[in-house]
Design a binder for this molecule. Structure first.
Ligand SMILES: Cc1cc2nc3c(=O)[nH]c(=O)nc-3n(C[C@H](O)[C@H](O)[C@H](O)COP(=O)(O)OP(=O)(O)OC[C@H]3O[C@@H](n4cnc5c(N)ncnc54)[C@H](O)[C@@H]3O)c2cc1C
Length: 447
């Protein structure tokens, strides 16, 4: 029997577990999927926007893997800090696959970034996704004007959630306090700002188009600003996705605003120079940029201030070092060769990585599948050596003996039932529980 621990139950962890139990090369494999949270699915539960039900429903596919007879979910198990340092885990399992994602946001590195009212899109997403580590009700939704810095899909998600009325989010699983705060929100203007041109924006056309279909918000773009981008004027050389984005923006530039209660303004060629304000943010100062002729942009020395009492930074994610595992500070990933963790440049027996912590925070959910398969192929190629490693007879008992109290699958099912009951009590569908004590209480409740 080859015993494998997968650390992280997001897409890459679950796809790794699936590849391990579906393969035929090594007949007897059992997989424990450990997660520091009592709930599975990583960013599919705690990142994908609540109004994207179809993508959210991927949880059902991941669920089938976690219910496989040779797979066990063990939540509330934090790997890294003592007692569960990586070395200890290696004494319990023949192999450990780290699939811990890229949990933190990149900084802007401009003055004023720490002012109240300024936060990362990660914090905002965690808040409306009911992540138990999310800050409470700290969002400045009394703001009238919000600036979202960044033009990727996450930026589009947070802009859309701000611009959607709470009524539209009510049928989703958004936690109740967040729904109430969004219902009381006074935000009328959301500015989504990129430092480069529209042809280089990272959002996908589907996400972009969705902004135009919001019933309560006008989308505004400035033709003269878009036209600063040579590829906007002549998109023929762009990849298909870029051309489609340009078409959508061109269409919006021709539209007259309908006088809807909220406005989403898409701005380009502006890079943040400072957040302004004394006790809280009141505006963002941007420097106008221009194409530098080499695919990048350069500052022009011309500045523009945009009023904002709420600023959400969405300029990318970054892995965080896991104590006891090597870490490439520059790339924000664990150094690896085809998924084998490298210690001092040499593969470390029994240690593997997959997903965002392996390749960086890029790609869609499906990208994690081939990524995890590659890692599992490396692991299986090493299986002979791994199986010879002495490990604990009963890793779950060993975890408990180390003082860890895992939430098993039945505990997760109780959390699901508690969320369904909460939704019913509130006259909504299932509503997520946002705090640690309640989640653990629900997981451990007697039937
Ligand atoms: C806001 C946001 C929205 C997104 N929306 C979409 C979308 O609509 N469509 C799409 O295709 N892609 C989307 N993505 C991308 C997608 O979510 C990622 O590709 C995917 O989740 C990465 O998978 P992962 O398993 O590497 O990491 P994650 O999903 O982050 O999973 C990592 C897991 O590891 C656990 N973990 C972390 N540290 C430890 C530890 N020390 N011990 C134990 N467990 C640990 C975490 O709790 C988590 O469950 C979105 C990403 C973000 C950030």
């Amino acid at each position: 029997m080859l015993r494998v621990a997968v650390v992280g139950s997001g897409p890459s962890g679950v796809y790794a577990a699936q590849a391990l139990v579906q393969q035929q090369a090594v007949p007897e494999v059992s997989v424990h999927v450990l997660d520091r949270l009592p709930c599975p699915y990583g960013l599919v539960r705690y990142g994908v926007a609540p109004d994207h039900e179809k993508i959210k429903s991927l949880q059902n596919t991941l669920r089938a893997v976690l219910e496989h007879p040779r797979v066990s979910f063990l939540g509330n198990v934090h790997v890294g800090p003592p007692p569960l340092v990586p070395r200890r885990l290696l004494g319990l399992y023949h192999a450990v696959v780290y699939c811990v994602g890229a949990a933190t946001d990149r900084r802007l590195g401009v003055p004023g970034e720490e002012l109240p009212g300024s936060c990362s899109a990660t914090e905002f997403v965690s808040w409306y996704s009911a992540h138990p580590d999310a800050p409470g009700d700290t969002f400045a939704l009394g703001a009238r004007s919000a600036v979202v810095i960044g033009v990727g899909n996450v930026a589009v998600d947070v802009a859309r959630v701000l611009a959607r009325g709470a009524e539209e989010l009510r049928p989703t699983d958004v936690p109740h306090l967040a729904l109430g705060a969004l219902a009381d929100s006074r935000v009328t203007d959301v500015h989504m700002v990129g430092r480069r041109g529209p042809s280089q924006a990272k959002f996908t056309t589907k996400e972009l188009r969705e902004l135009g279909s919001l019933t309560g918000a006008d989308v505004l773009v400035r033709d003269d600003e878009l036209a600063l981008d040579p590829a906007y004027r002549d998109p023929s050389g762009l990849p298909a996705a870029g051309r489609r984005n340009v078409e959508v923006l061109r269409d919006w530039a021709r539209r007259e605003p309908m006088g809807r209660p909220r406005r989403i303004q898409l701005r380009f060629f502006l890079r943040p120079a400072a957040l302004l304000g004394e006790s809280a943010v009141r505006a963002v100062r941007f420097e106008r940029t221009a194409p530098d002729g080499r695919g990048g942009v350069a500052g022009t020395g011309v500045f523009e201030d945009i009023d904002a009492q709420l600023v959400l930074r969405s300029v990318g994610y970054r892995g965080v070092p896991l104590p006891g595992l090597p870490f490439d500070e520059r790339r924000g990933t664990v150094p690896n060769a085809a998924g084998r963790v490298l210690r001092g440049g040499v593969p470390a027996p029994g240690e593997y990585v997959a997903g965002w912590i392996k390749r960086g925070p890029t790609g869609v959910i499906g990208t994690n599948r081939p990524c995890a398969k590659e890692t599992v192929a490396s692991l299986l190629a090493d299986a002979g050596v791994l199986a010879a490693r002495p490990v604990a007879e009963d890793p779950l008992a060993a975890l408990r003996a180390a003082g860890v109290e895992p939430v098993e699958w039945t505990g997760w099912l109780r959390i699901e039932a508690a969320e369904a009951a909460l939704g019913e009590a509130l006259g909504r569908t299932r509503v997520k529980i946002p705090d640690w004590a309640e989640l653990l209480g629900a997981a451990r409740a007697e039937d």
